[in-house]
Ligand binder design. Structure first.
Ligand SMILES: Cc1cc2nc3c(=O)[nH]c(=O)nc-3n(C[C@H](O)[C@H](O)[C@H](O)COP(=O)(O)OP(=O)(O)OC[C@H]3O[C@@H](n4cnc5c(N)ncnc54)[C@H](O)[C@@H]3O)c2cc1C
Length: 485
């Protein structure tokens, strides 16, 4: 029997930070479906928000978080997260993250919805730096085993107690047993046609947990990032909100700024407001992000990664306006957990984007997600005790089913399109109802036919899409990123 004290699914900031924290309490196994570095964390550009400046204070950060979240936030969780923020930045510094600084002081950026400069960053590749540092620390730890290319299929749950995890590894299904399973599987951008998320973000954790009986919350609050590069037939690429923090403006097809019409905070209004404004302007023609009025040397120094990536695509950030559109970016809801990451299933925990602590309310404040992931994955130490795994119930291994069902490629493209068209930035009840029926039929018809990751991911994409659509139908009035007409 394969036994570990803790099995963590996912190797982003929340999974790896938890692994480092818990490793002195028992044997830890981290399973991750691609390479260890493959995560949303690795792509985070802007940074991590915390109260780090003398002129700033906790109340201001708390208020900004509430305003962005339309006061739908869990007050206790917001207080908890924001007050722990500065200590967690210290932790990252101690682990080896080299945040950008000026004259021995952290250089703090500003982003939409923040009343102060409070985003600690490493140039414009903050997530990559954090991920590298966490990986190097985890790899040095003898109590942590890492299995790459290992896919979590389902939880082993009986009578609302989690005993372990069923995985797909080297083409074989295996049951692994543990004192606790921690889902740190990140987001679900791949449920939508256009997304800033990497290919790993297929909503697996949410679907897996729901099949096992875990509760979800706030699934209707899908955040669309306003400024994602929009070139026909090209993969989307995020243009960090920090660009607007440094003075980039939005322009319509006539080359005119338009945000004043929508919000007095203009380009730095919360993301839901900016995304809807762009969505409306796009009906008239292309929309652009423009920072070319700022000194070229400053742009190159502050945004080296974005400048380079745009150059590869034939665009010059220092000289021209860049075509953009909103794209699915972040799931504000997820598996319902308490402050210690505990779900309603015994021995099942969730951290990071897959979890819903309630901190984001109806719309996440920029750069609060890396903060949430690191703060909450630090807390489990207090709540989990290593127990001797004695007898465990019997669990069947997953068997694929032969059927005349549509291919996973086809099903994924149908779900992504219908979610983008009908469960996107602006929603209406009729389209939501039609979408629900379509997804239900797909869920009934679609079967995992062969033991490969894509088939499992497709099942998870359909089921996650269903959860979002059901939640969107339940909320009759617009709130935050759920906008319904
Ligand atoms: C382009 C981009 C820019 C961003 N910029 C910022 C920013 O500046 N500031 C900020 O606060 N937030 C930002 N975010 C959001 C933030 O990066 C994420 O919310 C955060 O990194 C999530 O961390 P995580 O540990 O929860 O998940 P992830 O980092 O996504 O890690 C999830 C892990 O789970 C693994 N996994 C998933 N399913 C399975 C499965 N079935 N079996 C095995 N393994 C599995 C994945 O392979 C991956 O290793 C950004 C996101 C994107 C996409």
């Amino acid at each position: 029997m394969n036994k570990y004290d803790f099995i963590i699914v996912g190797s982003g900031i929340s999974g790896l930070n938890f692994a480092l924290n818990i490793a002195n309490k028992g044997r830890v196994l981290v399973v991750t479906k691609k390479k260890i570095i493959d995560s949303s964390t690795n792509y985070a550009q802007g940074g991590i928000a915390a109260v780090l400046d003398k002129l700033d204070n906790f109340n201001k950060h708390i208020k900004d978080t509430f305003v962005a979240g339309s006061y739908h936030n869990n007050k206790k969780a917001v207080n908890f997260m924001i007050k722990k923020g500065p200590k967690l930045i210290d932790r990252l510094l101690n682990l080896g993250v080299k945040f950008s600084n000026e004259q021995n002081k952290l250089q703090l950026a500003k982003e939409g919805g923040h009343s102060m400069r409070r985003i600690a960053h490493v140039g414009d590749r903050t997530g990559h730096s954090i991920e590298k540092v966490l990986i190097s620390n985890v790899q040095k730890n003898k109590n942590i085993t890492i299995w790459e290319n290992t896919f979590a299929i389902d939880l082993l749950v009986k009578n609302s107690t989690c005993y372990g995890l069923q995985i797909l590894r080297n083409g074989e299904v295996k049951n692994l047993f543990s004192s606790a399973v921690i889902l740190a599987t990140g987001g679900l951008g791949q449920v939508y046609k256009h997304t800033s998320n990497p290919s790993i973000s297929t909503g697996d954790g949410i679907a897996i947990a729901t099949r096992a009986g875990a509760k979800t919350e706030d699934m209707e609050f899908v955040q669309f990032h306003p400024t994602v590069l929009n070139l026909p037939q090209k993969k989307r690429f995020l243009l960090s909100e920090a660009l607007r923090g440094e003075g980039a403006v939005l322009k319509n097809y006539q080359g005119k700024r338009f945000m004043k019409k929508y919000d007095k905070r203009e380009e730095l209004a919360p993301r839901d407001i900016v995304s809807r404004a762009i969505f409306k302007e796009l009906k008239k023609g292309p929309v652009y992000l423009d920072i070319s009025h700022k000194p070229a040397s400053r742009i190159r120094k502050r945004f080296p990664y974005i400048t380079k990536e745009l150059k590869k695509r034939g665009l010059d950030l220092t000289k021209q306006k860049i075509p953009i559109s909103p794209a699915m970016h972040y799931m504000c809801g997820g598996i319902k957990v308490n402050l210690h990451g505990q779900s309603n299933i015994k021995n099942l925990y969730a951290f990071g984007e897959v979890a819903c602590t309630g901190v984001h309310g109806a719309n996440r404040l920029a750069s609060n997600s890396l903060l949430e992931a690191i703060v909450f994955s630090n807390q489990i130490i207090k709540s989990v005790e290593v127990k001797k795994i004695s007898t465990v119930p019997k669990f069947k291994k997953f068997k694929p089913k032969k059927c005349k069902c549509p291919s996973s490629k086809y099903v994924k493209s149908v779900v992504k399109k219908v979610m983008w068209d009908n469960v996107g930035i602006v929603r209406n009840v009729d389209d939501l109802k039609k979408t629900l029926e379509k997804l239900k039929k797909l869920d009934e018809k679609y079967k995992v036919q062969i033991l490969n990751q894509t088939d499992f991911e497709t099942r998870n994409i359909i089921q996650t899409a269903l959860l979002i659509t059901k939640a969107a139908l339940k909320r009759k009035k617009s709130l935050g990123c759920h906008f319904i007409i």
